[in-house]
Design a protein around this ligand. Structure first.
Ligand code: SF4
Length: 334
């Protein structure tokens, strides 16, 4: 059952030259209790999608051109009032960097307490108790001591746990985690993701996990969206997509990941430009990956590929795959 649905979302950044499409007509749904991964290179539109779903697109200077974000029977994009009712309460956000998200001159316990008193209207005593309880939930030892400290006195890993406690403070249905702890070392990142997964399962939450690391997606997500140039290239079950990719971009992304893991030089995608620099700037009528794709055909530069739903349930947007299937080769690989 779907708890969140995004329909035909298009978001622009208005530059002096022309509008740049950060998100270009994407649709997806988050099912109750699942972890949905969104993966892609920098500039693929992952974070803009997340911030738009949170109702924060304007805070980064983006303009929503079209689309709907449905939660609890309401299109949140129809009114900022609706967002005020759900943001931070029913839908929480964990940003990539913990330190800039916190007030440096306020003890972390006070910041957590402020959320509790503003959103839940708790008394001072209840705020103290709930603050300590939340810090315990995120497995912080000595929660009373941590609550009295300022952000600069805490490590990056502890700050990420504080942000997780904040995200949980009002009993959300959905958490959107934008590359949580990716700036920390891999051990700490793995600990934070494990904790997030444990809490999600225990509380019955639904999670959108944004990452550029395919390993993180593989280990933590039920389904995945592969994004490039603001569009969804391929979407489906994580095991299907990462073990048996069909879209040329997903294939290249996996090859690049494997090369980097094995320490090989010049993996495929690093030989060419990322999307924001070139093909995303013109009002791309065709496939946004065409300039980097080894399978590109003439039609790829002229016409956006339709989204095909395959027998295994995944969706893929690619002319090459469409042609292979029209030629009667439904299992054809790229
Ligand atoms: Fe490559 Fe064309 Fe498929 Fe785009 S639509 S990924 S350019 S083959």
């Amino acid at each position: 059952m779907e708890i969140l649905k995004v329909n035909d979302l298009t978001v622009y950044f208005d530059t002096r030259c022309r509008p740049v499409k950060a998100v270009d007509g994407i649709s997806f749904a988050l099912r109750r209790g699942e972890t949905l991964g969104i993966v892609g290179e920098s500039g693929s539109g992952k974070s803009v999608t997340a911030l738009t779903v949170m109702g924060l697109a304007q805070s980064i200077g983006a303009r929503i051109v079209s689309g709907e974000v449905w939660y609890d029977g309401k299109n949140l994009l129809s009114s900022q009032d609706l967002y005020r009712q759900v943001r931070g309460k029913k839908i929480s956000y964990i940003p990539q960097e913990a330190a800039p998200a916190l007030n440096p001159v306020l003890q972390v316990g006070k910041q957590l307490g402020e959320m509790l008193s503003v959103h839940l209207g708790l008394s001072a005593g209840d705020v103290r108790r709930k603050t300590a309880q939340l810090l315990e939930t995120v497995e912080l030892p000595q929660p009373e001591l941590v609550a009295r400290l300022y952000p600069h006195q805490l490590s990056g890993g502890i700050l990420q746990r504080v942000l997780l406690a904040m995200a949980l403070s009002c009993g959300p249905d959905i958490i959107i985690a934008d590359e949580p702890a990716s700036s920390l070392d891999t051990t700490i990142q793995a600990q934070i993701l494990r904790l997030l997964g444990t809490i999600k399962a225990r509380e019955g939450l639904s999670l959108i996990l944004i990452a550029h690391d395919l390993g993180v997606i593989y280990q933590n997500c039920d389904r995945v969206l592969i994004m490039y140039g603001g569009r969804i290239m391929e979407a489906g079950l994580t095991s299907q997509i990462l073990e048996n990719p069909l879209h040329p971009y997903t294939v290249s992304l996996l090859e690049t990941y494997r090369c980097l893991e094995e320490g090989m030089k010049q993996p495929g995608l690093t030989k060419s430009c990322p999307p924001a620099s070139r093909e995303n700037i013109p009002d791309a009528l065709g496939c946004v990956f065409a300039y980097r794709c080894q399978r590109a055909m003439d039609i790829c530069f002229l016409k956006k590929a339709p989204s095909l739903t395959l027998d295994d349930g995944r969706t893929v947007s690619c002319h090459h795959l469409l042609h292979l299937r029209q030629d009667g080769n439904p299992d054809a690989r790229m």
